[in-house]
Design a protein around this ligand. Structure first.
Ligand code: ADP
Length: 264
């Protein structure tokens, strides 16, 4: 059976002529279902750290009331859980703000080369802590049309993911992440390549869905919200840009971004 729903046909008679309208409800139902799933997922993601927080509060009020060691340890865990909730709420708010403005294309000239240098500078300490090098290969300047902060967010999310999930699995692979920027016809092409474990092909089409993760546990342990690539996809849509993902198990992943150049 086809998953198509058609609402009752509307027939309106207007002085001899007739208007017949057929409403296809398939799209409306799909959107409705996605919205319901999204609310269920978001609530679940917030509920988990909240339940843990309540559990620790009750333990500190009761059984562990006079245990100084437990107090210090539990407070550390509670701070992490509260931070996790704050991160999730920040990401949800970003996503909803971008979605509201999805059809308004940001117009300011943005130097993508500057964005890349900025991200490399801020993420070098995180890369250093994970024993991986960030290697940048970029022209001095390449101007696209857009919003500086949003494009910074795109690059930051991709490089952060490469550091979190793309660390080399064996010594045969270089401990590096290669970030390149180049001009190709009327587009700027930016790519972030890692030599990590890679992503199985069945996951690739779903990676930019909200809350989709290859490995839930790993993402949560690394502070992920499951919203990073959804935010990337929405920002790029607003910029008339595109995201392409190439990945092979055991060899690593490349995330490619194409953005139209700023042309006067
Ligand atoms: P998260 O908050 O979990 O990092 P994202 O939307 O940024 O969410 O990414 C979705 C999932 O895609 C991650 O949970 C991870 O499983 C996978 N992923 C993203 N980038 C990479 C990468 N460079 N290498 C391997 N897996 C990745």
């Amino acid at each position: 059976l086809f998953d198509v729903y058609v609402a009752p046909i509307t027939v309106v008679s207007l002085e001899g002529s007739m208007i017949i309208s057929l409403h296809d409800l398939t799209e409306a139902r799909r959107v409705e279902r996605m919205r319901a799933d999204f609310i269920a997922n978001a609530s679940h993601e917030l509920r988990t750290p909240l339940s843990s927080l309540l559990g620790f509060i009750e333990t500190l009020q009761g059984p562990a009331k006079d245990d100084e060691n437990a107090r210090i340890r539990f407070l550390g865990i509670m701070r992490d859980q509260a931070r996790r909730m704050a991160r999730l709420i920040d990401d949800l708010l970003s996503l909803s703000r971008i979605e509201q403005n999805l059809h308004v294309r940001p117009q300011a000239p943005v130097d993508l080369a500057l964005v890349l240098r900025h991200v490399v500078e801020t993420l070098t300490p995180m890369a250093h802590d994970n024993h991986v090098m960030l290697n940048l290969d970029s022209p001095d300047s390449l101007i696209v049309r857009g919003d500086y902060d949003e494009l910074l967010r795109v690059v930051e999310n991709l490089v952060e993911n490469a550091i979190k999930y793309g660390l080399p699995v064996s010594h045969n692979h270089k401990p590096e992440i290669v970030i390149t920027l180049a001009k190709r016809s009327r587009n700027a092409i930016m790519s972030v390549r890692d030599f990590g474990p890679g992503i199985a092909s069945e996951h690739l089409p779903r990676l930019t869905e909200r809350f989709y993760r290859v490995d839930n546990r790993q993402s949560r342990d690394k502070g992920g919200t499951g919203l990073g690539l959804a935010i990337v996809k929405h920002i790029l849509a607003r910029h008339q840009g595109r995201l392409g993902i190439d990945s092979r198990l055991g060899e690593g992943s490349t995330f490619n971004v194409a953005l139209p150049l700023h042309e006067d």
